[in-house]
Design a binder for this molecule. Sequence first.
Ligand code: ATP
Ligand code: MG
Length: 307
Amino acid sequence: MSEMDQPIVSLQQVTKKFGHFEALKDITFTVNQGEVLGFIGPNGAGKSTTIRILLGMLKKTSGTAQIFGQDVWQEDTAIHQRLSYVPGDVYLWPNLTGGEIIDLLLRLNGQQRTEKTETLIQNFQLDPKKKARTYSKGNRQKVALIAALSQEADLYIFDEPTSGLDPLNERTFQQEVMRLKAAGKSILLSSHILSEVEKMCDRIAIIRDGAIIETGDLLSMRHLTRIKMTVRTEDSLTGLEKLPGIYELKFSDSQLQNAEFSVDRDQMDTLMRFLAERKLIDLISAPPTLEDLFMHYYEKRGVDSHA
Ligand SMILES: Nc1ncnc2c1ncn2[C@@H]1O[C@H](COP(=O)(O)OP(=O)(O)OP(=O)(O)O)[C@@H](O)[C@H]1O
Ligand SMILES: [Mg+2]
């Protein structure tokens, strides 16, 4: 297999035990060349543990974990020359300034400050002259992000990069990820909030209780889920309950002109015709959340396992 076809990150049946506790059970997924993979799961699911194994900070119990086709534990030095990352818990030297820490982090990776670094400091609106101990959580996160993003690497790994960032800085981060993606870099991005990463990701892997429960592109998972709707019409919505693919219907008025429900994606067209005939005044639709994806998975699983 040539280097081009080979996955950049490859985890095969990776397990991790802390004593008797199985933190990771059979973790299998890949990140391909030029791809942004969203690694999504709730608190305690095992995201950081997986990432620490990939970074060679923690030894797996069993399975195969490779980056650039090399073993993450045995060949971590070689791998780290082509890797840039931000860990989940950002530790900064309290008595150094943000700027000094950025320089130090770059030097530790054999790199140095460039024009790109200055642009990032400006874009993230970081004051690099303040001592790290005076920084807020968001500012500490920015220091680590600026150092990681100003490095040239083939693979970027970010563990919950936007935690603590305000919406403006979150957008700056997203723009940086899109820039890296356009440059053909590979990116692994963990988050516990689907909506934070879905714009950037080509594919997602969902982890829960130490196991991967879904992998795939969001579009192919989206059809699994229902859209939440809030509608208001001029005419009564009687008969809405009889339409196919309508669930959890609730009316909030006795004239039946205000309804809340969820709808299957493939019944959207029928629903829209129905609503239009009743003179639609207002419509709010909400995309499925991570929790909806989980719920769907468990409902499906529950039925399968009882069959
Ligand atoms: N060093 C350790 N010793 C014992 N248990 C650990 C250790 N590190 C992690 N765990 C446990 O492993 C599980 C996974 O933790 P991990 O930090 O990987 O979750 P996470 O998905 O990153 O969560 P979060 O979103 O809160 O960062 C948790 O139950 C955690 O308590
Ligand atoms: Mg974590």
